[in-house]
Design a protein around this ligand. Structure first.
Ligand SMILES: *Cc1c(COP(=O)(O)O)cnc(C)c1O
Length: 465
């Protein structure tokens, strides 16, 4: 067998991929027929594929490459750490410098008294940790019956049994016997799709009060925690109305419910501040982190835990952990990533300059005949595709049909923009420049034009009745 390299013809790589590689969230057979896109290298915000196309990655990989691709410093730190100490565990009363240093840095960066870090290999694993941690917390306090975790429909909290159970994605629950017991889902604050005749403010309040209703129905003494993304990401970049989070905070305080902010996307500058909790003005007891923590250069996630919860957990033996909890190479890479985000003022510049610039440009897309609303917080944005803006109508075609057409047009125009149903979403590297933002918007507009033309031709520009 010849060695597989970047120099092989694309079709050969695709055939090998189809023969041996199973893809996440894909229909394998369909993908095999079409051939997966092969990405060979990347720099800054730009991907190169095996045919030499230069593609603007407006998704930062999977929402994670916050500092952009191609940073030598991270490669160097990883190589150095691999030589010095490639692996050691943090079980059984041992530790190492990368885990110590990263933990202290995260405690400095995280708001309030979020001062303690439990590591995982990913966001999903960290949320599995959170399930066990909040239940153990209440059990240690003599309230083992306080075990239910309230989450939201259309939330994304990962793909493990625990993570996907916390998540509110119906197609995920349909496979593998989910959700696990003790998880309760309430409605999401998605005004565009579900707000009806209410104002966004009224609707935000109503959807927050759904939490109070659920607590009262389930029993205050049964509910351990509420988990939510400050801004829903994979659900379609759904920015909650301004009334939503203050009311959620009031309810969590009133009923002594632990608040878990899933910061896997929102953390590390994505919303224009270090954490989405700061942008949304909330005070979580636990934050889930991953993705931007290492800008995707190494797999690492974790939970940043407040003093009170850490104190209770530390008082018992917490029978939980992963072989790669606090992996030294991943921790060293994450620490270097945080240094760059801070010292190069990437979060600051994004919050003060590039994100406002992107917002102004992104919102012009709402003038496109196919676009109903354009929402954005920091560097995460979405647009709703609609056949009729005035009534916020859905398409008559199956959900996602039009979104898929639009995504295909984006690909053809060398822009990675994802679709969630009929919403198009972006989450570019935080280092994207104003010139690159202009290119992003230009390609998005062109793709929308082409999508619009195509769906008119196919008779899809029709509202659901
Ligand atoms: C991606 C994501 C996760 C899961 O992280 P993985 O590293 O893919 O396991 C959890 N929560 C949110 C909000 C995410 O976006």
């Amino acid at each position: 067998m010849p060695q597989i390299t970047n120099h092989m013809p694309t079709a050969e790589l695709q055939a090998l991929d189809a023969a041996y590689h199973m893809h996440p969230f894909s229909t394998g057979d369909q993908l095999a027929q079409k051939g997966a896109r092969v990405i060979t290298r990347a720099n800054g915000v730009t991907l190169t594929d095996s045919d030499g196309n230069q593609i603007l990655d407006a998704m930062a990989g999977l929402w994670c490459v916050n500092i952009g691709y191609g940073r030598e410093e991270l490669a160097e730190v990883a190589a150095r750490q691999m030589r010095e100490l490639p692996y050691y565990n943090t079980f059984f009363q041992t530790t190492h410098v990368p885990a110590i240093a990263l933990s202290r840095r995260l405690a400095e960066l995280a708001p309030g008294d979020l001062n303690h870090v439990f590591y995982a290999g990913s966001g999903s694993e960290a949320n599995d940790t959170n399930i066990r941690m909040v239940r153990t917390y209440w059990a240690q306090k003599g309230k083992p019956e306080k075990h239910i975790i309230i989450s939201r429909k259309n939330a994304y909290h990962g793909s493990t049994m625990g993570g996907a159970s916390l998540g509110g994605m119906t197609p995920m629950h349909e496979q593998g016997g989910l959700p696990i017991p003790g998880i309760h889902h309430i409605d999401q604050p998605h005004w565009w799709a579900e707000g009806g005749d209410m104002s966004p403010e009224e609707f935000g309040l109503q959807r927050a009060q759904a939490l109070e209703k659920a607590i009262l129905e389930l029993g205050e003494d049964k509910v351990a925690a509420f988990i939510a993304e400050p801004v829903q990401g994979a659900g379609g970049v759904i920015v909650p109305p301004e009334t939503y989070w203050p009311e959620i905070q009031r309810i969590c305080d009133k009923y002594e419910i632990l608040l878990i902010a899933d910061e896997v996307i929102c953390g590390f500058g994505r919303t224009g501040q270090w954490f989405g909790s700061q942008t949304m003005g909330i005070r979580p007891h636990i934050m889930t982190i991953a993705k931007g923590l290492s800008s995707g250069y190494a797999p690492i996630g974790g939970s940043i835990v407040c003093d009170e919860v850490a104190e209770v957990i530390n008082a018992c033996e917490f029978n939980h952990g992963y072989t790669y909890s606090g992996h030294p190479v991943a921790a060293a890479v994450a620490l270097e990533n945080l240094r760059i985000l801070d010292e190069e003022k990437i979060v600051e510049t994004c919050g003060a300059e590039t994100a406002p610039y992107l917002k102004q440009k992104w919102e012009t897309l709402a003038d496109h005949p196919l676009v109903g609303e354009a929402r954005i917080v920091g560097m995460m944005g979405s647009i709703a595709l609609t056949p009729d803006k005035a009534s916020r109508a859905k398409f008559a075609a199956d959900p996602g049909t039009v979104g898929f057409v639009c995504r295909e047009r984006c690909f053809a125009n060398n822009l990675v923009m994802r679709h969630v149903g009929d919403r198009m979403i972006i989450s570019p590297p935080l280092v994207i420049s104003k010139d690159e933002i202009d290119i992003l918007i230009e390609r998005a507009w062109k793709s929308l034009d082409e999508c619009h033309a195509k769906i008119k031709e196919d008779g899809l520009m029709v509202a659901a009745s």
